[in-house]
Design a protein around this ligand. Sequence first.
Ligand code: A3P
Length: 296
Amino acid sequence: EAAMEYQTRCPLLEVQGIPLLKPIVAHWERVERFRAEPGDLLIATYPKAGTTWTQEIVDLLLNHNDFDKSKRAPTHERMPFLEMTSPNPTLSGITKLETMDPPRVIKTHLPIQLVPTTFWEAGCKVIYMARNPKDNVVSYFHFDRMNLVQPVPGPWHQYLDKFMKGQLGWGSWYDHVKGYWRERKKKNILYLFFEDMKENPHQEVVRIAHFLGQNLSKTLIDEVVQKTTFVTMRDNPMANYSSVPNTIFDRRVSEFMRKGEVGDWQNHFSAEQNTIFEEHYRKIMEDEPIPFRFLI
Ligand code: A3P
């Protein structure tokens, strides 16, 4: 029965008003019970904002650019997904974390108010990666088409509407990016943008290294950049989620490493959708102007 739960797409239920996959909600008390320790590092993102990319950079930096070490296991085993539960123990982040000794690098998509408070009590560092909402929703749409655990995305126009209303898994993109933005100084959060990473990866990797307390040579930083390009990660079985079975990720529909570009939204938004989106974006982001860029 536990396995069946994952053979089909899961409905969304709510925790404190945030829609999350049913199995996450069913195991929520385990997430609440999780104790972060000083030295644990949290990588937080809205889904499809560049989580895996950030994780790979961080893991390489922490291993002093030892590529073999970073290939010791797939992303989700090296840096477990805090709130994810699955009957498959390698995919169940919380199960993995319950047996892992600190210091750990932990992935989450939770909005800041749902992050277990022990992360703040322990003074953990947080790296938040944000991506412009147009590319973010396009990436999420293709992901939901291929990830057979996620709810059915339906047609694009409906999906876009749900994104704007905050009805997709992990809730409102708008609240998510604002939540971490507001707390970034108080809470030791390094706030990064996907577009900056694309435009100037060297500079952004330096920022991440400094945040982790490292002062690395230019050569070493360049090597980390080379090992975390879209193409290198796409071809790296330990960074491209190829170990996730086809019964979960249907690669006939879309690849996990899909395009990795800025501006792909232009191939999806109609002129009318773009106008409506921009008007809505302007209003909803008015109280917290975050410098998102839609093209580079
Ligand atoms: P696209 O669907 O636009 O291609 P996440 O890791 O949060 O699930 O985000 C996945 C998105 O990040 C996908 O976007 C994926 O292609 C992109 N991505 C992953 N690694 C990347 C890299 N090294 N460079 C650029 N984009 C990358």
